[in-house]
Ligand binder design. Structure first.
Ligand code: GLA
Length: 695
């Protein structure tokens, strides 16, 4: 037995690789190497949620003087106190890095995505980069939790300002913010919440953008409205506090029912496609509960958002938020976001494409550089996912179906993972201590990670080839590529399509690396690199053999988006969904993963949870649920003129930095204010196509 096999103890027996491991030249699984040391540059100032915010009425309220003069004094808007809810969300100055702010200025974002339209809850993307995060206010909030003490970790109240559990723990009653209004002045009530639940989440013809399904909130869960400001959840489990995280971005952020409902097929003659497209990008001032509403859109150029005069959050001096009057979104490329933020022509970037790290670091080191750059922990990572549905999801042809069967074969997945040279894959992105070997599953360095429960198949082409043979694949025509067995897909070369996002250099580089490494193994991989929105739609509809995805929160935090750790519902997993009959065809170890995740959700006992996540990690990595590729840190780049950026803000954890920095509290001190606003002293106009900002 090799040293590695001993290190793993009894586990190797369970792996079913004993036959292969006896071959002298092959390598046995082990635990992954420790990532190179890379210290995060800032540490959060840890606090409790009640140190950050509370809900209460204040004796007086203020707004920018131009809003009073041009809108209130002229009778175009009611006074600010009447526009605010009974008890606004109040941010405490003691938790703001630079204290109470002043009004004015703009944050100039640059993004690589393009807006499909404003119907977020019916599945349309706005181009990412935090536009939808800003427009989506949700029952709870999780982005800022990166700075919440571990023993007080729980989702923050937001549209739901408080909640209580019934004695038996099955019912959760939530109290909505009372008297708050959409940006067009219409009341926000439980009607908005119930429309989202009944006609979007529960309607299988509607797919909200970030993938909410009924099971996202637990199988058999129901929701009802008790009155305008009270809703009641009923769960099968006892006190499943976990679902409070799902009620945050992006799975429980209701849209404006007063506009959406009349377009929904249940209440109109529209088709679902017409409903989805009823609010194209040209539609302006789409009502939002967020701090800014869109007022201008020029294709491939820009989206401008202006302050929402009905925003329902204030600082503890009673100043209505946001402090910033404008947000800009220039429609460019993601790489350009880094370049512009570093150069000072843009204001913000999540530095996440490792290819630009060295250059960005060099430029930001200059003391006169316009932006600060701060690295966080290794929370950016990529996984190659095999499509595990053999049940018709995505309607594969004969070749596609044959690949699905291969994907479901452990030896095949072991072959693929063993053929990945992660060291060189990482170094091809960036040299230095950034990238770490990532076998898959929970990230090293995160709360629930346990190295000893992580099974790593080290790079070994020899081992990989043995596994391929064990999976029944051989090169029968001598062209260097393995063939399907005679009788399957004509016995031709095994060809596998690899879906990826063409908007990012990193994704494309990883595709190139994987294609080359698979060729050495004898597998032909054909890239299908598509622009973001098309890629997402292709993945959602199951039309892929393999897909490369940048991982989401569940593999960092476990508690956020927990349901997505396994196929816990028919439409929840990224790479295993139900076919036309709405049932899953789970492999035994997948069923075990589902059981472990459901147990995690059902218990609030922290010791038990730690144990369950060790089991999860073992099941995931031993069975190669996904093929981890690389894991590395990201850096927040933000122009130095902005104040109230919390210390140690990660670019990604419970959410992206656009949420984590609490943009509505960010400001620019008077002496640093720019004249970059494109529509100074204007507000969003009436909702509609062609409408613009009004003064
Ligand atoms: C994109 C970007 C991320 C982040 C998110 C926010 O995915 O790549 O850095 O800005 O949008 O949704």
């Amino acid at each position: 037995m090799s040293k590695h096999a001993i290190a793993l103890g009894g586990a190797s027996l369970l792996l079913g690789v004993s036959l292969i491991a006896t071959q002298a030249q092959t390598v046995a699984p082990t635990t992954p190497p420790d990532p190179p040391t890379f210290a995060a540059q800032g540490t959060p100032n840890f606090v409790g949620i009640s140190d950050i915010q509370e809900f209460k009425a204040l004796p007086e309220y203020h707004e920018p003087s131009w809003v009073t003069e041009k809108f209130v004094d002229t009778g175009k808007l009611p006074p600010v106190a009447e526009r605010l809810p009974k008890e606004p969300l109040v941010y405490k100055a003691s938790n703001m890095a630079d204290g109470i702010g002043v009004y004015g200025d703009v944050m100039r974002h640059v993004i690589g995505g393009r807006p499909e339209g404003w119907n977020y809850s019916a599945g349309q993307s706005q181009g990412w980069g935090g536009i939808d995060i800003g427009l989506s206010e949700c029952l709870t909030r999780t982005g800022p939790l990166f700075e919440v003490k571990a023993d007080e970790l729980a989702p923050m109240p937001n549209l739901a300002k408080s909640w209580d559990w019934s004695e038996d723990g099955h019912e959760l009653t939530m109290h909505l913010i009372e008297g708050a209004k959409w940006s067009d002045g219409e009341p926000f009530t439980s009607d908005d919440v119930m429309f989202y639940w009944n006609d979007e989440v529960l309607d299988p013809n509607v797919t909200p953008l970030n993938g909410a399904t009924p099971e996202t909130f637990g199988e058999g869960t129901t929701l009802e409205a008790l009155d305008d400001y009270t809703i009641k959840w009923t769960f099968k489990d006892v006190r499943p506090e976990q679902y409070l995280y799902q009620m945050a971005y992006g799975t429980f952020c209701p849209g404006p029912a007063h506009l959406l409902k009349p377009q929904h097929p249940k209440y109109s003659d529209n088709t679902y496609e017409q409903f989805k497209n009823a609010f194209p990008p040209e539609y302006m001032s789409m009502p939002t509960m967020g701090a800014w509403a869109p007022v201008t859109y020029r294709p491939d150029d820009i989206i401008v958002l202006r302050r929402n005069p009905y925003y329902w959050k204030v600082d503890d001096q009673g100043n209505q938020l946001p402090y910033l009057d404008e947000l800009e979104y220039r429609l460019s490329t993601w790489a350009d976001r880094d370049v512009q933020a570093v150069a000072g022509t843009g204001d913000f970037s999540n530095l996440e494409q490792a290819e630009s790290y060295v250059e960005a670091l060099k430029r930001s080191a200059d003391p006169s550089a316009p932006a600060r750059l701060a690295f966080g922990a290794r929370t950016i990572g990529y996984t190659l996912y095999p499509n595990l549905s053999a049940n018709g999801w995505g309607e594969p042809d004969e070749r596609g179906q044959a690949v699905r069967e291969l994907n479901r074969n452990l030896d095949f997945r072991q072959a693929v993972t063993s053929a990945i040279d992660r060291q060189s894959l990482g170094e091809a992105l960036v040299k230095g201590p950034f990238t770490a070997i990532y076998p898959g599953g929970l990230y090293a360095g995160t709360t629930y990670y346990d190295k000893d429960s992580t099974v790593y198949y080290p790079f070994s082409l020899e081992t990989a080839k043995e596994h391929l043979k064990a999976a029944g694949l051989e090169d029968t025509d001598g062209n260097g590529l393995v063939n399907f067995p005679a009788g399957t897909a004509g016995g031709g070369d095994v060809e596998i399509t690899l879906l990826a996002n063409s908007d990012y250099a990193t994704d494309k580089n990883l595709v190139e690396g994987v294609v080359a490494q698979m060729e050495r193994l004898g597998l032909r991989v054909i890239p299908n690199t598509l622009a973001g929105t098309q890629r997402d739609a292709t993945e959602q509809s199951g039309k892929f053999d393999w897909t490369i995805r940048r991982n989401q929160s569940e593999l960092i935090t476990v508690v956020k988006n927990t349901v997505a750790l396994a196929p816990t519902g028919p439409r929840i997993s990224w790479h295993h969904r139900a076919g036309a009959d709405d049932t899953l065809d789970l492999l035994p170890w997948e069923q075990e993963m589902v059981d472990v995740v459901n147990k995690f959700i059902a218990t609030n006992d922290s010791e038990e949870r730690i144990g369950l996540m060790k089991q999860y990690q073992k099941l995931y990595t031993e069975n190669v649920n996904g093929i981890g590729l690389t894991q590395y840190p990201g850096a927040l780049i933000i122009n130095k003129r902005f104040a109230n950026i919390p210390a140690g803000t990660p670019i990604f954890m419970f959410n992206w930095a656009e949420d984590n920095i609490i943009r509505e509290r960010v400001f620019v001190p008077k002496d640093k204010q720019s004249d970059f606003e494109l529509f100074p002293q204007t507000l969003p106009g009436a909702p509609g196509i062609g409408n613009g900002p009004v003064s």
